[in-house]
Design a protein. Structure first.
Length: 261
């Protein structure tokens, strides 16, 4: 029977010698030891190593690979594969959530750059109001929801109204539960005065809302009399050079809906 050295196996499979020694240490592969102390691999060893690399590429643990190669029957192999499929689906959901967060943080940085203490006309895109926390806990989506604050704009003040949890419609679509929320109360406005506010607290001061309302009136816009705000995750810290402290800064999106022209 032909035998192969560790160098030959390394070159043939494109795997480092350290990795080969690691798999040997774990007992997954067991090369023969020659009298001179060198390892000698058979074709069967190479075949098993190819299988190890295949399953590692599929993110199987070494324990599962050992079960597959040495301790599995067809039914148990089927069970291992089913378990792996379930785990991978969970990972896919986690990655989806991560992509939602990353896309939001990317938009956050852009909004801060363009609209911090500046005004723009933008839509408040469709969000669904989640009537109770049971749905949030059931779906495990607390990190994908936002707390919206509603304000009623008076002549020279802004009174805080309702506060509720919402989720963006595109987030629900990405996470594959859009159909489950499409009958929830909806929050959407085609045209709003929009700005970003930096604040030491997660809610805007009444004065910031009044300033936005006054700017809107000066520009000739007709406000509906309602405003919405929510602070964005991932707040930063502003260092005070003359003090040995840091102050938490929350970035808040503020929407003042306009009457349709």
């Amino acid at each position: 029977m032909k035998h192969y050295s560790i160098g030959e196996v390394s070159d043939r499979l494109g795997i480092s010698r350290d990795a080969l020694r690691f798999y040997e240490k774990k007992g997954i592969i067991k090369p023969k030891k020659e009298k001179n102390g060198y390892r000698a691999y058979t074709y069967d060893d190479i075949h098993k190593l190819s299988s190890i690399l295949f399953y590692r590429r599929l993110n199987f643990s070494l324990e599962d690979i050992d079960r597959i190669l040495y301790h599995s029957s067809l039914p148990s192999y089927h069970s291992i594969i089913q378990e792996k499929i379930a785990k991978e689906k969970q990972e896919v959901e986690k990655h989806k959530q991560s992509l939602v967060h990353l896309a939001h943080l990317k938009q956050l940085s852009k909004n801060i750059e363009l609209c911090l203490n500046h005004y723009d006309i933008r839509p408040l895109r469709r969000h669904y109001i989640i009537p109770d926390n049971g749905f949030i806990y059931e779906k495990g989506i607390s990190d994908l929801c936002y707390r919206f604050q509603e304000y009623h704009i008076k002549e020279d003040s802004a009174e805080k109204g309702k506060e509720y949890s919402v989720i963006a419609s595109h987030t629900a679509a990405v996470m594959d539960f859009y159909e489950e929320i499409e009958n929830f109360p909806m929050l959407q406005h085609n045209r709003c005065v929009y700005t970003m506010i930096a604040s030491p607290q997660p809610t805007p001061d009444s004065s910031a809302i009044n300033e936005a309302a006054n700017w809107s009136r000066e520009q000739g816009y007709s406000l509906t009399g309602t405003a919405y705000s929510f602070h964005l995750p991932g707040y930063t810290f502003l260092h005070k050079p003359n003090e040995k402290t840091e102050e938490s800064i929350y970035y808040i999106e503020l929407f003042l809906p306009l009457h349709n022209a």
